[in-house]
Write a protein that binds this ligand. Structure first.
Ligand code: SAM
Ligand code: SF4
Length: 330
């Protein structure tokens, strides 16, 4: 059979699949979750075997990299078993993880042994008070222990993700950058997107990547732009001449939709072609009603074909998706 990549109406080739493994989380970050919520019942979540089947079909259509996310992926029992399943699928070249790091210290060794390639850890503050104000639960010491453990077991180029929100995160910027420079972590600031469950987002609460960069240059020193390693990467990375890297993911002020190569699978088994997608394709229904691999591939084609040119956050007609970040998978 001839190989057919997943190409959308705008010529974008899809090679990356983001898989959420749970909507549960042990934090309650204000930019993501509500304080109180009910989670999907377990039987509605895809099993590891179902996820692996989707990945195998996706790999046959050109998906090469997988990122496991959530909710908090490390609250899903035995995540390293999923990593082992997915890394063994033909065509998959990299399996990465986005985590809040709370449970990383105890799982880093197993994840590494299972073949996990890379870790992104979210961290918004280095002070317990700031951490708890943003995440609305304690846990800084666990995250720091998790980062230590990840280094110790041999993970390289660990990234730290920090969300930038006006009025909430300004004081954290410089300490985070100093810490990451010192520890050799690659820090990336992400602009606040309209995906928070509490719907508090407004354009004036977005602390732009350009503003964060100005603060870093003023307080630490001039930054030099780096050439992107991967043309599809959303981040613009910079380097300080005397060492350390920092990047900016600016989905609001500098959308990168024209380079998007991502598909998403929610924990409850729905395909999405964008974080901001308002349509989903029911993979779980198909898998649980005897759907063939060919029908699964056809569903991927439909999902990709329906992808919009851009998210349109800046448009007056922009409509938020019904689900928040923790339910989609960031
Ligand atoms: N729980 C894991 C974590 O926090 O890394 C994985 C899931 S979380 C939804 C993935 C990423 O999305 C995190 O880096 C988080 O900071 C980011 N995020 C969540 N809500 C966001 C929002 N409204 N705007 C921008 N980034 C957001
Ligand atoms: Fe949990 Fe991650 Fe959302 Fe924070 S950003 S509430 S850690 S899923």
């Amino acid at each position: 059979m001839t190989f057919r990549p997943l190409v959308d109406a705008f010529g974008r080739v899809h090679t990356d699949l983001r898989i959420s493994v749970t909507d549960r989380c042990n934090l309650r970050c204000s930019y993501c979750m509500p304080l109180e919520t009910t989670f999907k019942p377990r039987e509605e979540l895809l099993t590891f075997e179902e996820i692996a089947r989707v990945v195998a079909v996706a790999a046959g259509r050109g998906i090469r990299t997988i990122r496991l996310t959530g909710g908090e992926p490390l609250v899903r029992r035995d995540l390293s078993a999923l990593v082992r399943l997915v890394t063994s699928i033909d065509g998959i070249t990299e399996v990465a993880l986005t985590t809040n790091g709370l449970l990383l210290a105890e799982q880093a060794g197993d994840l590494r042994a299972a073949g996990l390639s890379r870790i992104n850890c979210s961290l918004d503050s280095l002070h317990e008070e700031g951490f708890t104000r943003i995440a609305r639960r304690p846990g800084l010491a666990n995250v720091l222990a998790g980062l230590e453990a990840a280094k110790r077991v041999g993970f390289e180029s660990i990234r730290i993700n920090a969300v930038s929100m006006r009025g909430l995160t300004e004081a954290e910027i410089v300490p985070l950058a100093r810490f990451c420079r010192q520890e050799g972590f690659h820090l990336r600031f992400i602009e606040f997107m309209p995906l928070d469950a509490e719907e508090s987002w407004s354009a004036d609460r977005v602390l732009s990547g350009a503003e964060v960069r100005r603060i870093l240059e003023r307080e630490i020193g001039p930054l030099v732009a780096e050439k992107p390693v991967d043309p599809g990467q959303p981040a613009v990375d910079y380097r300080w001449v005397d060492g350390g890297r920092v990047g900016f993911i600016n989905p609001v002020t500098r959308p990168f939709c024209d380079r998007c190569d991502r598909l998403r699978l929610t924990a409850d088994g729905q395909f999405r072609n964008c974080l901001f997608s308002t349509t989903e394709w029911d993979v779980r229904g198909l898998l649980r009603h005897g759907g063939s691999d060919a029908s699964l591939a056809a569903m991927m084609d439909q999902c990709v074909a329906a992808k919009h040119a851009a998210h349109g956050i800046e448009s007056p007609t922009f409509a938020r998706p019904a689900r928040a970040m923790y339910q989609i998978g960031g």
